[in-house]
Design a protein around this ligand. Structure first.
Ligand code: PDD
Length: 276
């Protein structure tokens, strides 16, 4: 079952207008929230980021946090699986096609939830392959916008080359992945790029840094050069659906020793215990 504009429906029954500004302009924002043991993970943080995205596109939040919490609890209860991932999507609503904001139009609110399939153990054993590309997205990557065409094209580049993710570089520095954040390990120190308008402030990224802090693991938040990525001991990828994964090849070169490293093993365990 899904939620659409006040109704709980089967997905086959859900209908929106072809004039929806999400369809016409990609004018909307979204969130992806993991659910463990039927409980949304880091909900307050996801709702805070949703507010940041809505502010970024100047769209009023259609619900209070307690209303969102209620809707999300309903959706989780109506779907199968102890572990799920919620997709929440808000657009500027249905209006005659005109770039300027419509007046007095209700936003479209859509929520669905699907089983969360975390990475198979085999992949965590071998690690995943990534390629790299120039980050050709806009300058507001901190907004979780539904207009994802550059991310779609960049991620497909990876798939076409038999890889899982594309690591992005802008002006000589690493920003993030096409659909994930990237951490770098050098000299035994975990490095994370600073949050700014060039990357999505990942909720999993925050969890990893908090775990590093709490466990006394050396870490630094600072700009990371392309050279530092290419000569890293380890590269880690994080996202709500992929949790934490080791990248063991980048552009056909082994990362470090070409196998998942110590820092990955440590954070994988820390994350698994923390998420429960
Ligand atoms: N994507 N950067 C980008 C561009 C992303 O699309 C995502 C997640 C992340 C990681 O953020 P978080 O840890 O909050 O999931 C970073 C989601 C999963 C998606 O679009 O499906």
């Amino acid at each position: 079952m899904i939620y659409l504009n006040g109704d709980f429906l089967r997905i086959e029954e859900a209908r929106i207008s072809v004039l929806d500004r999400g369809f016409i302009f990609g004018d909307g924002v979204y969130e992806v929230i993991p659910v463990y043991s039927r409980k949304p993970f880091r909900l307050a943080e996801h709702l805070r980021r949703l507010q940041h995205s809505l502010d970024g596109i100047r769209l009023q939040n259609p619900h209070s946090d307690s209303e969102w919490t209620y809707l999300l609890e309903q959706i989780v209860a109506l779907n199968e699986g102890e572990d799920q991932y919620i997709y929440l999507h808000i657009t500027r609503g249905v209006a005659r096609r005109d770039h300027a904001f419509p007046q007095g139009v209700a936003p479209t609110v859509f929520i669905m939830s699907n089983p969360l399939l975390t990475p198979p153990p085999g992949l965590l054993h071998t690690g995943v392959v990534a390629i790299s590309a120039a980050d050709n997205r806009w300058l507001r990557c901190d907004i979780k916008a539904i207009s994802l065409l550059p991310n779609v094209l960049l991620r497909q580049m990876a798939i076409d080359e038999g890889a899982l993710e594309t690591v992005l570089f802008r002006d000589g520095f690493m920003t993030e992945g096409a659909a994930s954040n990237i951490f770098v390990v050098r000299n035994g120190i975990l490095l994370a790029p600073p949050k700014n308008h060039l990357m999505l402030p990942g909720i999993t990224y925050d969890v990893v840094l908090e775990l590093a802090q709490a466990s006394g693991i050396p870490h630094e938040v600072r700009a990371i050069t392309e050279h530092e990525v290419r000569t890293a001991e380890e590269l880690l990828l994080t996202s709500s659906t992929k949790e934490i994964m080791p990248i063991t090849r980048l552009d056909n070169q082994p990362v470090g020793e070409g196998k998942p490293g110590k820092m990955f093993a440590l954070f994988y365990q820390l994350y698994q215990s923390y998420k429960q």
